[in-house]
Design a protein around this ligand. Structure first.
Ligand SMILES: Nc1ncnc2c1ncn2[C@@H]1O[C@H](COP(=O)(O)OP(=O)(O)OP(=O)(O)O)[C@@H](O)[C@H]1O
Length: 310
């Protein structure tokens, strides 16, 4: 069996004269959720549409379980379930009618259709809405139907383009739980422009900016990279910058006002505890301490600059 379910090689796509994605390389294993993070217009949908055979690339190759999407698109597509950004839901059909239609499109044999549909309805928690028109379902339930159509033929890979967009907080939690459940026995690619969504769900992350992959690693590695490396501290009886720099892990101390100082550090974040303890011992009278947030925009910018220089 192939070690990877998805292999994308040097993928580039141009809409008329503008390159939407350039030289994208991605490999994905057989189970778990991989997050595709990118700001609006970064190239997520273009990549996903090509990956699922809905758009023909200008350059490069896509292999699904070793099958070349360009040479054997029908065979490759059998392995994929796709929920595009705008799900193809027919509002005048009931849940059952719609899933029958989708099962037909996926060439599920007639005698297996009923069982396959019942199974996905159970799995996606929509069995009690079998006879309801799609137009009368809430956004969260419509999204569940969208996910059900994506897994009805038991694909090894499910691609979900911004599936939690436009849902309310409760619906988001429910759809996330469903995605986690379906990723137990298959690979899921999940795209979002919201970092926290990807952090909650994914074990791996591919970050795309201006059409290029700028970060590709585990979620832990990303969190480490994006972790704050500075904090803002307010003392009533401040020490000198030199005294602060003597605290283990502190690399620099910059006073913003007489009593407010930005402290830069490397390594673990227990440094805040160390400063609190030392401050009590030395009578610095610490009033406030806050870790600086790493702004996602800043991380995107840094990573894009690094990639541009390579
Ligand atoms: N059909 C099209 N014709 C021309 N340009 C397009 C087309 N579709 C996308 N683009 C452009 O390609 C670039 C990548 O768009 P894409 O939709 O892939 O990004 P995205 O990361 O999915 O963004 P969003 O989250 O906003 O959908 C953008 O500059 C976009 O304007």
């Amino acid at each position: 069996m192939e070690k990877t379910i998805v292999k994308i090689e040097k993928l580039s796509h141009r809409y008329s004269t503008n390159w939407a994605i350039r030289d994208i390389n991605i490999e994905i294993g057989h189970t778990g959720i991989v997050g595709l993070l990118g700001s609006n217009g970064a190239g997520k949908s273009t990549t996903m549409n090509i990956l699922c055979g809905a758009l023909n690339q200008t350059e490069g190759n896509v292999y699904i379980n070793g099958i070349d999407m360009k040479l054997q698109p029908e065979l490759a597509k059998k392995e994929i379930g796709f929920l595009p950004q705008n799900p193809p839901l027919y509002m005048d059909l009931t849940v059952d009618e719609y899933l029958w239609y989708c099962a037909g499109l996926r060439h599920i044999p007639k005698d297996l259709k009923k069982a396959a549909i019942n199974e996905v309805k159970e799995r996606c928690g929509i069995a009690h809405f079998s006879s309801r028109l799609l137009r009368n379902l809430s956004g969260g339930y419509r999204q569940r139907v969208g996910i059900a159509q994506a897994i009805v033929h038991r694909p090894r890979l499910v691609v979900l383009d911004e599936p939690t967009n436009g849902l309310d907080p409760n619906q988001i939690i429910e759809v996330r739980a469903l995605i986690k459940e379906i990723a137990m026995d298959r690979a899921v690619i999940f795209s979002s422009h919201i970092l926290s969504e990807i952090q909650i769900l994914c074990k791996e992350i591919r970050m795309i900016e201006n059409g290029r992959i700028v970060f590709s690693d585990t979620m832990d590695a990303f969190n480490n990279y994006a972790a704050p490396h500075s904090m803002l501290i307010h003392f009533s009886n401040p020490p000198s910058a030199t005294e602060l720099q003597q605290v283990e892990g502190v690399t620099k101390a910059e006073f913003l006002t007489e009593r407010q100082v930005r402290v830069f550090f490397s390594g673990d974040q227990d440094i805040a505890e160390r400063i609190v303890t030392i401050s009590v011992e030395k009578g610095w009278r610490l009033k406030e301490i806050n870790l600086d947030k790493s702004a996602l925009d800043e991380i995107f910018k840094q990573l894009s600059n690094q990639t541009a220089k390579q």
